[in-house]
Design a protein around this ligand. Structure first.
Ligand SMILES: [Fe+2]
Length: 442
């Protein structure tokens, strides 16, 4: 696999089988080299400021318009109906979402999409959805594109070989990829697969501003990887199916050729992937905590300064060195909604039932924090420099929107952990009104 490094750059790529496939000096010649069709894919309004203007030019064997009409298909568990069930402000935790066995039912990436929670409105391009994908079969002669928003895909189990109009990407657990609005892709899998998807409507992910951190740190732009042009000139006599999510509903159209027929492309609107191991972690080196925003990999900004539609935040392996500090995450209540998932290992603040492939949701102003066991241990621990989170990778999708949980999330997934609240029940008062002296480590 070859990739072009960098985030959001203006790139150009030609399949080496057709050197010179990109037109010279213009985008739309009367006849393109190799007699290809020129097609623009716009990811922003034509008139956006340069810093946010996104588009790519694709040079392809046939334009994407060569398809039969779209028809509505079974929605499966994809929804944008945020009123399916009554709101639930409780702390919610899910056991690992169950992957269907290939021997019982073949499920590909699209038919294995399950909407867990979300908020906002697709038609006005404001909101987000969190989906869980559970699949065991490659998509074959099916591709998918999303008219509603961008997908940030977090594989948790099994690698994904993703064919896109821009080329191929191999994305393994502990890597993520972003496939932006309108881009067609098809996923091959090699085992039973599970993962998480953060979908944002009408905005794109950006690297967070670094402020006083400076020019380097957190996710560095050079570590993002963009595929290189690759095409197949493949006729599909039985019909190739293009699946589209449009205004929250699924539609399918047939065409006679593979959609991965782009011989060359240039532009700044592309899919990309990122290895979470490359995240440069910044943390407190004196006392107290930095807020978890210090772990932001990508952000999808809202129109309000500093307020994200959604942030993608990770809790990577690192050193904990803060003196005189309760080192696990602090207890808190947050105006934002926090969905957490676990790719591998265990999460530092919850030793028990928060497992890889599961999740938790702490909604707006719902209190949460370390479980009782974690509190007792961390309050008494001798503070020496220590490794935190080795062999693990927990992450958070954090949103300024107040999310609704779907019927699948609360009921039909059968994964909701009814006992979650009990992890805080053993917390007891240590109040000593007669003495100001903290108990401290033994
Ligand atoms: Fe939190």
């Amino acid at each position: 696999m070859q990739y072009i490094p960098g985030f959001g750059n203006e790139c150009a790529s030609e399949d080496p089988r057709c050197p010179g496939a990109l037109p010279e000096g213009q985008n739309n010649p009367q006849v393109c080299p190799y007699n290809l069709y020129a097609e623009q894919l716009s990811g922003s309004a034509f008139t956006c400021p340069r810093s946010t203007n996104k588009r790519s030019w694709l040079y392809r064997i046939l334009p994407s318009v060569c398809h039969k009409p779209f028809e509505s298909i079974d929605q499966g568990h994809v929804t944008h109906n945020w009123d399916e069930v009554d709101p639930d402000p409780n702390q919610l935790r899910w056991k690992p979402f169950e992957i269907p066995k290939a021997s019982q039912k073949k499920v590909d990436f699209v038919s294995g999409l399950h909407t867990l929670c979300g908020a906002g409105d697709i038609r006005s391009n404001n909101g987000l959805a969190i989906h869980i994908f559970l699949c065991n079969t490659s998509m074959g002669n099916r591709c998918f594109y999303n008219s509603d928003g961008d997908f940030l895909i977090v594989p948790q189990k099994g690698k994904l070989l993703i064919y896109t109009e821009f080329g191929k990407m191999l994305v393994q657990p502990n890597e993520i990829c972003v496939i932006q609005r309108g881009m067609r892709f098809s996923i091959d899998v090699f085992e039973e697969n599970r993962g998480y998807i953060l979908e944002v409507y009408g905005v794109h992910f950006e690297l967070p501003d670094l402020g006083p951190i400076g020019a380097n740190g957190l996710a560095n732009p050079r570590d993002f990887l963009i595929p290189v042009a690759w095409y197949e000139d493949r006729q599909v006599p039985g019909g190739y199916t293009v699946i589209n999510k449009y205004q929250g509903k699924l539609f399918a159209a047939k065409q006679n050729v593979s959609p991965f027929n782009v011989v060359a492309w240039h532009g700044n609107y592309t899919p990309y992937k990122y290895n979470l191991e490359n995240f440069m972690v910044i943390n407190s080196v004196a006392f107290d905590h930095a807020d978890p925003s210090i772990f932001t990999v990508l952000t999808a900004k809202s129109v309000r300064p500093g307020v994200a539609v959604a942030d993608f935040v990770i809790f990577p392996p690192r050193w904990g060195v803060a003196d005189k500090t309760f080192r696990p995450p602090y207890y808190h209540r947050n105006c934002m909604s926090e969905f957490m998932g676990l790719i591998k290992g265990h999460y530092e603040a919850k030793q028990g039932e928060f497992l890889p492939g599961g999740g938790s949701l702490h909604s707006s102003m719902t209190p949460h924090g370390p479980d009782a066991d974690c509190f007792e241990k961390a309050s008494k621990a001798k503070l020496a420099p220590e490794r935190i989170a080795d062999g693990t990778m927990a992450f958070m999708f954090e949103s300024s929107l107040s999310m609704a949980v779907t019927k699948w999330g609360l009921k039909s997934s059968s994964c909701l952990d009814e006992n979650y609240y009990k992890c805080w029940e053993p917390l007891k008062s240590h109040f000593t009104p007669e003495s100001r002296k903290p108990a401290g480590p033994n």
